[in-house]
Ligand binder design. Sequence first.
Ligand code: FES
Length: 148
Amino acid sequence: MNALIDYYRSQGAPQDQQMLIALLREVQEQNGGVLTQTALRTIAQALSIRENMLSALIRRVPSLRMDTAPHLLEMCQTCPKGRELRAWVESTWNVQSGGVCEKAGFRYRTVPCMKNCRFGPSVKWDGQLYSHTTKEMLEQLIGGKTNG
Ligand code: FES
């Protein structure tokens, strides 16, 4: 995301609101169609603007969407040892990539290699990378709540 921020800063963001909106659109696209609070915080800090100024802008632009789930679970889709873990998450929380488990409050998506292959299965929870992930670790992160 830093490269995107740098690019749009060089194009006039945040003073040029169209460039700021274009940045938000690209970040949203990279993030599976929604903007997360973590992404807003990163952009706000990098551009020295307030997070709630970005939130207000998002509310005014119909094509921008905030994620309603408070958490994001990303699982590497290519970690060889991750297949069983992914299947377990999907059945336990009744969720598919791109979807939200409302009850447990997280959005779930599978993503390409996280460049942590030797330490897989690799998982990110709210952007933080976890290695050698186990079911027990995921239960702790998610809070043990299931959708069933
Ligand atoms: S294959 Fe999963 S981190 Fe690289």
